[in-house]
Design a protein around this ligand. Structure first.
Ligand code: E4P
Length: 224
């Protein structure tokens, strides 16, 4: 499963890009608006941080297919590199997805809550679908099961579309998605740390340092 960071916060993107094996960044209008800064400068700086090969997913704010396509072309030309336009699932969004497929611009169909929506998005030509795990859990549905069903559907029909699970609030949700064969997960910066933290780690690392020092003092391997 690939990890992406779900934020438009430059400090968090810089940190996660340096310390974690991320394959891209996802944003949405809420995350962009949270930064209260110039949109173009912000997306250009995100690209600058992650480089051209990691995928940048930026969402359209248009409601009509033709305008969504126009916006997708504009953003792609602005940020360059690996890019996906995020489009929420709806009739206009599906139409835009089919038009963008013709133009060779990749689509991440977002705000997915059911396997039926995901299948329709994949048939329209989306490269990724983004089911919202925690928002489903919050209405007493099972977000991880929805992700698992979408993965299964895509495998049954051999569809060239990946699941990019989103809206996570816990490491357990992420872990269970990984077990379900989910292809990608986009997560908050603080959850990256949670995924590598274990109460026994500090003691294990301290033990190695203590045993080494007892024999070699402050000498490091490079001092030999
Ligand atoms: C990402 O693509 C989604 O827009 C995002 O993960 C939604 O997360 P939220 O439910 O925390 O807003």
């Amino acid at each position: 499963m690939n990890y992406l960071i779900d934020t438009a916060n430059l400090e968090d993107i810089r940190h996660c890009n340096e310390f974690y094996p991320i394959s891209g960044v996802t944003t949405n209008p809420t995350l962009i608006a949270k930064e209260k800064t110039d949109f173009i400068a912000l997306i250009k700086e995100i690209r600058n941080i992650i480089g051209p090969e990691k995928t940048l997913h930026i969402q359209t704010v248009q409601e009509k297919a033709e305008k969504m396509v126009e916006e997708a072309v504009f953003i792609k030309n602005t940020v360059g590199g690996a890019f996906c336009i995020k489009i929420p699932i709806c009739e206009e969004g599906l139409k835009a997805t089919m038009m963008l497929k013709e133009k060779g611009i990749k689509v991440t169909m977002t705000a997915i809550f059911t396997p039926a929506q995901a299948l329709m998005a994949a048939k329209a030509g989306a490269s990724y679908v983004a089911p919202y795990v925690n928002r489903l859990d919050n209405i007493i549905e099972d977000g991880v099961s929805v992700v698992g069903e979408i993965v299964k559907q895509f495998a049954i029909y051999g569809l060239d579309c990946q699941v990019l699970a989103a809206s996570f609030k816990s490491c357990e949700q992420i872990h269970k998605c990984a077990l379900s064969g989910c292809h990608n997960a986009t997560i908050d910066a603080h959850l990256f740390k949670g995924l590598i933290t274990h109460p026994m780690n500090d003691a294990a690392i301290a033990g190695f340092a203590k045993d080494w020092k007892a024999v070699y003092g402050d000498k490091s391997i490079l001092d030999f």
